[in-house]
Design a protein around this ligand. Structure first.
Ligand SMILES: Nc1ncnc2c1ncn2[C@@H]1O[C@H](COP(=O)(O)OP(=O)(O)O)[C@@H](O)[C@H]1O
Ligand SMILES: [Mg+2]
Length: 306
């Protein structure tokens, strides 16, 4: 084919430059050349069309994937919102009960004529400490769902304390003891709310595992430490471990061992997405008594002055 083409080119050159070639032959050679060009044209056009088709298919697949991911993120948000609402409801029950009780007591004491200035002062301060608790929980809850997409340097201990405050009641209700081991001065560069999300997901899963596996003595240990390159957060429980058949796929979407309506299989998928976004590494494994989740957050290199 190639040889034919170069032969044709040679002939065409000869036809154009030759002074002796007869006009009929020249015409014939040029005709052949024209036919050849036409064929090339068709081939190129076909290839173009195929390429276009391919690009179009790829774009379609990409769109579909994006759509799926958006849907998944939305689902995860709803699931997290539900879990948070539960946490807040539990968190609020106790102070609301206390407020009702304090008010009932005030009325009784008033009837008995024992409400004086000092009593009222104490009443007010008791009331305030309950209201304060309600407000703290509420503001934590609100800031949790406010979008803050930028990374920032956070104090690990304070941030973990804030997450624990959110789930304190839920953990207590399920008699789960949490130990946090973290030096005061460890900080990390993360997207704050999303980081909290990861921790909350892991804690919630541990809680579910304790309940599902009917564990008597329930312990969660949170350890934070540093090495040269990273800040490392370990969350370990003694809830019996991740089912072995699920373990390899635990960060995939829709992987759950929980009953329909109880599990979504989205929590850890989302957690992994968030970790990826922060260039952090999230891993899960089992140990003797339960699960161990490790989040390794890279330290950001100090920027050299220019
Ligand atoms: N601490 C844990 N102990 C045991 N199994 C766990 C633990 N954390 C996660 N898993 C397993 O991983 C699965 C996926 O978790 P997740 O993505 O949060 O979805 P969901 O909680 O909705 O099932 C759970 O269904 C459970 O089987
Ligand atoms: Mg979960």
């Amino acid at each position: 084919m190639k040889d034919n083409d170069s032969r044709l080119l040679e002939l065409m050159e000869e036809a154009i430059t030759s002074e002796t070639m007869d006009p009929e032959t020249i015409k014939d050679i040029l005709k052949q050349g024209k036919r050849r060009v036409k064929r090339f044209d068709t081939i190129v056009k076909q290839a173009d069309k195929q390429l276009l088709e391919q690009v179009y298919q790829q774009e379609k697949e990409f769109d579909l994937r994006m759509q799926n991911e958006r849907m998944m993120a939305q689902q995860a948000k709803h699931a997290a919102l539900g879990e948070m609402m539960d946490a807040v409801a539990h968190q609020w029950k106790q102070p609301l009960n206390a407020i009702t009780m304090l008010t009932d007591l005030l009325i009784i004491e008033h009837r008995q004529g024992s409400v004086d200035e000092a009593y009222l002062k104490e009443f007010k301060s008791d009331m305030w400490s309950q209201v304060d608790h309600l407000l703290t929980t509420l503001s934590e809850f609100r800031s949790f769902f406010r979008p803050d997409k930028a990374s920032e340097v956070i104090n690990m201990r304070k941030t973990l304390d804030a997450v624990l405050l959110l789930v304190k009641d839920e953990l207590m209700k399920n008699t789960i003891n949490v130990t946090l081991d973290c030096e005061d001065d460890i900080s990390a560069m993360v997207i704050k709310n999303e980081f909290k999300h990861i921790v909350l997901n892991i804690l919630n899963n541990a809680k579910d595992a304790f309940v599902d596996n009917n564990i008597a003595k329930r312990e969660i240990t949170i350890n934070v430490f540093e090495d040269q390159e990273s800040v490392i957060l370990e969350i370990q429980d003694n809830a019996g471990g991740i089912p072995e058949q699920i373990l390899p796929d635990i960060f995939k979407a829709n992987v759950t061992s929980k009953a329909e309506g109880k599990g979504t299989g989205i929590g850890l998928y989302m957690s992994k997405q968030i970790a990826d976004k922060m260039s952090a590494e999230l891993r899960a494994k089992n140990h003797d008594e339960g699960a161990l989740f490790t989040l390794r957050i890279p330290k950001v290199a100090e920027k050299e002055p220019e």
